[in-house]
Design a protein around this ligand. Structure first.
Ligand SMILES: Nc1ncnc2c1ncn2[C@@H]1O[C@H](COP(=O)(O)OP(=O)(O)OP(=O)(O)O)[C@@H](O)[C@H]1O
Ligand SMILES: [Mg+2]
Length: 395
């Protein structure tokens, strides 16, 4: 069983990591140009749980010796966790990330030089301690733009110092959709970032994030009209196809014995999304024949594990947001009909609907709102069936 990763583990061993050879080859090929002075910007997209983070971490591990690589997950940065991502918060995290990577590589002479540059360029007010590293803080608030410039230029500066040792630097920014938190300053930040990226000759950028709805910021950004004007290479990671899942399970969990249409049902429930495949495969009974009915029965039992992310998200929704979701369990509805069923004006739904879409819980198509993920729907349905009410309060 150790050969099949836990659904929440993103640092997979080589034995646990499956498939994706082509994707990895493709991404590595593009990154090669970083060493010749024309680094790519890459956007990795894909639905929740499809394996983006696992893939990015694998690439980092594979290339760590040749490049200076920093991996940042915007959704677990301190600012985002405290409720709001800010530009300063992002800079702190990037700075900390680069410094840690430098330390791992034994590049320490760089710090003195960095401080010297920053003193000259920033007009220092003080030097604060960020996770053990000195971070220069400029004299006035206006100078934060300079500070951003300084932090974003760091990888290029480090490369120029160390070019004999490394082929280039790579910044991986995961859960990029969290950037939406910047609100009013989002646009100027993105244009600023675009400018930085264009000027750097030895730093490659990989962005990644979940695409759960057509209006997702992740696809928006990379589109022709987006902030990066179509200069980003976009790469969508698909779920495993049915044959891949079949071979994967045969190799990693040979004690699973499917019968009749049992396997087809397993695939239908998991949709080939590795997150669901791994969780469900670990839970399913071993060494007993699993036909379609048995898989259906087991699926119900497994729902609280399969839907764990949704349960977390659900518990953080407001009462109104939860009510909207429950109205959409049986069928998609128009905004006006959701409003009617809740006895409120359609206008009063705007903020909630926006937030639910931003969080990837709802999608809208041709004016109809629908719950994005079947597993989320199935879990709520089961709760209602078993308890007679939806779990509106904490769970
Ligand atoms: N290539 C793989 N081989 C085996 N298991 C995988 C693979 N990719 C993903 N998984 C499994 O799926 C789980 C989810 O993967 P991961 O966290 O990378 O998805 P994600 O696309 O980053 O999702 P999210 O959008 O929620 O961040 C992993 O914890 C792991 O159990
Ligand atoms: Mg991820």
């Amino acid at each position: 069983m150790d050969n099949i990763a836990l659904g929440t583990n993103t640092d997979l061993t080589d034995e646990q990591f499956y498939n994706r050879e082509e994707d990895i080859k493709w991404i590595k090929n593009f990154l090669e140009s970083t060493s010749t002075g024309s680094p790519p910007s890459i956007m990795i997209t894909g639905i929740r749980g499809v394996g983006k983070t696992v893939l990015l971490k694998k690439i980092k591990k594979d290339l760590e010796n040749e490049y200076l690589i920093c991996y940042i997950d915007l959704s677990i940065t301190s600012g985002y966790q405290r409720g709001k991502l800010t530009e300063i918060g992002i800079m702190n995290d990037f700075y900390d990330g680069w410094m840690n990577e430098c330390e791992k590589k034994g590049i320490s002479t760089i710090f003195k030089k960095i401080l010297k540059i920053s003193k000259k360029n920033l007009g220092l007010r003080e030097i604060v301690n960020v996770a053990g590293w000195p971070l220069p803080i400029p004299k006035t608030e206006d100078n934060y733009k300079n500070l951003s410039q300084f932090v974003f230029d760091l990888p290029q500066t480090i490369y120029e110092e160390q070019s004999g040792k490394i082929k280039g630097a790579i910044l991986i920014i995961d859960e990029f959709q969290a950037i939406k938190d910047l609100g009013n300053t989002l646009n100027s930040f993105l244009w600023f970032l675009r400018g930085i990226i264009q000027d750097q000759k030895n730093v490659a950028y990989i962005f990644s994030g979940s695409v759960t709805s057509a209006d997702s910021i992740v696809t928006e950004l990379a589109s022709k009209d987006g902030a990066f004007g179509g200069r980003i290479l976009t790469f969508d990671i698909p779920p495993f196809d049915i044959e891949t899942v079949r071979e994967y399970l045969e190799e990693k969990v040979p004690s699973l014995i499917f019968e009749g249409k049992g396997f087809e049902r397993f695939y239908k429930f998991t949709n080939g999304v590795p997150f669901y495949v791994n969780i469900f495969a670990r839970i399913l009974l071993k060494e007993v024949p699993l036909d379609e009915d048995k898989v259906k029965e087991e699926f119900k039992n497994a729902l609280i594990f399969l839907a764990v992310h949704f349960m977390n998200q659900w518990s953080r929704l407001t009462f109104q947001e939860q009510c909207i979701i429950t109205k959409l369990i049986d069928k998609p509805l128009k905004r006006i009909d959701i409003a009617k069923s809740l006895g409120i004006e359609p206008g009063a739904l705007s903020v909630s609907l926006r937030k639910l879409q931003d969080r990837g819980l709802l999608k809208s198509k041709n004016g109809l709102y629908n719950i994005t993920e079947n597993i989320f729907k199935a879990w709520l349905k089961k709760e209602h069936e078993e308890k007679g009410v939806f779990p509106f309060r904490s769970i």
